[in-house]
Structure formats: C-alpha cells, structure tokens
Ligand binder design. Structure first.
Ligand SMILES: Cc1cc2nc3c(=O)[nH]c(=O)nc-3n(C[C@H](O)[C@H](O)[C@H](O)COP(=O)(O)OP(=O)(O)OC[C@H]3O[C@@H](n4cnc5c(N)ncnc54)[C@H](O)[C@@H]3O)c2cc1C
Length: 410
C-alpha cells in the first residue's frame, strides 16, 4: 500500500519513517524553498514535561498588557479577516482553568515515552545531535516560580523525573554566567534537546534508506478530490496513492480549504537568533519572564521565542525579534550577543492548544497530523507512531480522542 505525505517537517518525516519502517511505500512532498516551516528555527527541546497548552487562564489580561509593548513576547495582529478574529475569540474561550488542565493532561499523556522514542531513533541508526542534560528554568521572583507549579505537579505519573527547585546560588553553580536577577530555578533533569536541522537531516537520510521518495516543489502544491479520494497536485503532475497525510504545519489549513475541509489552524510566528561558536552557556535555559528558550548546540547558541498571531506571515518584525535579546540580556553577567540576523518560523496553532491527529471525513483516504504548537519536535515520534497505526491498522494504540479533527465542527 502507498501513502503520500504533504510536509517534510518533524511530523511529516517522523510519520514517513514509521510508515516506511512498517513496509508502506511512502512519497513525501514539500516546498523546496525551506521557508515558513518551524522545523529549522525551533529550540529543539524534547520536553514532554512542558505540556502546558497555549490557551491558559489569565491569557487575556496578559495579552492586553503586552499589546501595547512592541517588544513583548506575544503579539495579536489587528487583522480583520473573519478567520483570524474567530480563531482568537475561540482561543480566548478555551483559556479557562478547566480547559487548561484538560489540555495539560492530554498533552502529558500523549508525550508519554517521547524521550525513549528519541533514544530509539538513535538505536535505529538515525544520526542527529542529541543532548540528554535536562532543562534549567530561571525565575526572577517567587511568584514566577509559583505560577509554574501546576505544570510540574505529579509528572511522575507520566513516567518523568520529579523536578527540583533550586536556590539562586544553586542556579549559579549550575550556570555560572547567570546574573543575580535569577532568584530561583527549576531543574528538569531528564529532558533532552536536539539540533533541529540535524534531526531533519538524520530522519530524511534514514527515510531515503528505507525507500521513501522525496519531491520538493517551488511552485504551488495542492490537494484535489477525485471521486471520494484525495490526490496531491504539483504543477501539471498528480500524485495518487492509497492514503494521503496532510502534515504541512501552519499551511495545513490552506491545503484542506481547497477541498472544502475547514480546520481552524493558524500560524503563531516565532523567531530565533543563532550565535555561532558561542560556548559559554552549558545548559538549555528557559528564561521565564522573557519567555525565551536558550539552546547550547555544539556549533551555536540559539535564543528563540515570541508568539505572533495574524498579520504578515514570515516577514520579520525586527523590533519584536530584538525583544528576545533585550529581555534576555539581564539574565547574564556578560554580553553573549554578537552580530546576527533573526530567522522566523510559523508554528501551527489550534484554538484549544491541542494537535489535530486523525482521519478526515472529507475524503475516504485522507488523514491529518498538524497543530502541534510548541511541541512539534517533542511529539513527532509519538505522532508518527499514532498515524502509522491509524493508516495501516485503522486505529491507534494510543488514545487520540482529544485530538480528533471533528472536535471543532461541533
Ligand atoms: C521559535 C520556535 C521555537 C520552537 N521550539 C520548539 C521546541 O523547543 N520543542 C518543540 O517540540 N517544538 C518547538 N517548536 C514548535 C515546532 O517547531 C513545531 O511544532 C514543528 O516544527 C511542527 O512540525 P510540522 O512538521 O507540523 O511543521 P513544520 O515544521 O512547520 O513543517 C511544515 C512542512 O510542510 C511543508 N509545506 C508547507 N506548505 C506545503 C504545501 N502546500 N504542500 C506540501 N508541503 C507543504 C513545508 O515545506 C515543511 O516541510 C518551536 C517553534 C518555533 C517557531
């Protein structure tokens, strides 16, 4: 049997790997321009412990305060399209304590085993840069520390190591370059990080060894239906297969709209800055008040953050991007920032903060795996597994009820 996958980010590649490993004939179609995808600009954190969904209680109060600050980590563009407005209102509706706790439990459960899934990638000969040194979260006040308590309470039940609260001096010992604005820390000892591009290259190479075909196309790629079946169209060429999986990140909505299927996925833009050869930071760090992730890869130190809803797609808003560095600087005793340009990437977001994984009702052979927000690298192997189960066996070995595509049409 054959599957065509639209998208070659972590979700598309993990799905291709899993399907091809189980004997499926797989073709992966993606844009050749290598822009827009979050796959290469993310922080690379494999953090099942950070399963809090984006819509959270108090989000409205915070976003109104941040709307007036051009360097804040959150922007909601004043875009007048009905899709954008209804998406933001719907996200607001999900920003209740009840929905937050439901989303936290659903994502934590789905993330179960994701660390060992990356170990298994290594054991199966997928070559990429991986670090198993944990994540250190830095807080400037007791209130900031306390605001994260609910996320880490009872993580052991998802197979994760309990977190350790650290004092300012213990943080200094772990990361001597932290300044005295850091008053507390949390050490998540069992979490990983990867170099995102090396992961993409490693997965792709392994997929090629397993016989996966890759088609990269600079022009439009679309979906059509022929009878009850979906097919991919690339220029003059049609690609037919037994199954079609839409895994095109933030572009998944447009692809499906073309065949009359409406899934509320919109982009949340993020930025990163890379400082080549910067080796003074030893740990991956979360700078809590700045909402910035710092990743010490072998060849470069990456600062990433911000979430912009709506507006001008990939276009870089330099003031907001620089806000990442401006709000991070106070955390360190020395200047870490050389001369470099930001890169942007679009996360695929849903109103309830949960991914969309399942079979679509608009065609008999069509599936989706998208909307992974801030967790698309972390959840890639588990998503690939679940999708392979669904496509090959008709049902998944893990519970996907919380991620059903039809939940938005109720
Ligand atoms: C700044 C930033 C930091 C992040 N940090 C982390 C992190 O530390 N940990 C984590 O787990 N997640 C993180 N994320 C989120 C993560 O990057 C995304 O969730 C993940 O990349 C989503 O994977 P994807 O495969 O669904 O989509 P993408 O990675 O966006 O890839 C989309 C793919 O679809 C293809 N495509 C686009 N349009 C079409 C079309 N019409 N037809 C066919 N193919 C198409 C593209 O070419 C691309 O191959 C971060 C994101 C950002 C922006």
């Amino acid at each position: 049997m054959s599957t065509t996958i639209l998208g070659a980010g972590p979700i598309g590649l993990a799905s291709a790997f899993e399907l091809a490993s189980r004997g499926e004939s797989v073709t992966v179609i993606s844009r050749s321009t290598n822009v827009g995808e979050a796959a290469h600009v993310n922080a690379g954190w494999i953090v099942p412990i950070m399963s809090a969904p984006v819509p959270a209680p108090g989000a409205l109060k915070k976003s109104i305060r941040w709307l007036l600050d051009s360097r804040s980590p959150l922007k909601i563009a004043p875009e007048l399209s009905p899709g954008h407005i209804s998406f933001m209102l719907s996200m607001l509706k999900y920003s209740t304590q009840k929905n937050f706790l439901h989303g936290l439990a659903a994502l934590s459960e789905f993330g179960r085993g994701s660390l060992s899934a990356f170990d298994s990638y290594v054991q199966q000969g997928i070559d990429f840069e991986i670090h198993r040194s944990g994540v250190l979260m830095a807080f400037t006040s007791q209130a900031e520390l306390d605001s994260h308590a609910v996320e880490f309470d009872g993580v052991e039940k998802y197979g994760l190591a309990p977190v350790k609260v650290l004092s300012a001096s213990e943080m200094q010992v772990k990361e001597p370059m932290l300044s005295d604005v850091v008053k507390f820390g949390i050490y998540c000892s069992d979490q990983y990080f990867v170099d995102p591009t090396s992961l993409m290259n490693g997965l792709r190479k392994k997929c090629i060894q397993l016989g996966v075909d890759f088609i990269e196309h600079a022009g439009p790629i679309s979906l059509v239906t022929k009878g009850s079946r979906a097919e991919a169209v690339i220029g003059p060429k049609t690609v037919s297969s037994d199954h079609v999986l839409v895994a095109a990140g933030a572009s998944s909505r447009e692809l499906l709209e073309n065949i009359g299927i409406s899934i509320p996925i919109r982009f949340g833009k993020g930025y990163c800055f890379d400082f080549l050869g910067e080796k003074r930071i030893k740990n991956s760090l979360y700078l809590s008040s700045a909402k910035v992730a710092v990743t010490p890869n072998q060849g470069y130190l990456r600062f990433s953050g911000t979430m912009e809803f709506g507006g001008d797609g990939l276009k870089i808003n330099h003031k907001r991007a620089e806000g990442i560095l401006k709000s991070s600087a106070k955390y360190f005793t020395e200047n870490l920032f050389g001369d470099t340009q930001p890169k942007s990437g679009l996360r695929s977001m849903t109103p309830d903060g949960l991914p969309v994984i399942g079979k679509l009702s608009g065609a008999s052979n069509l599936y989706i795996a998208s909307g992974h927000a801030m967790q698309g690298v972390t959840l890639a192997p588990n998503t690939g597994n679940a999708i392979a189960d669904l496509i090959l066996d008709g049902s998944s070995s893990v519970n996907l009820n919380n991620f059903k595509p039809e939940r938005f049409s109720r």
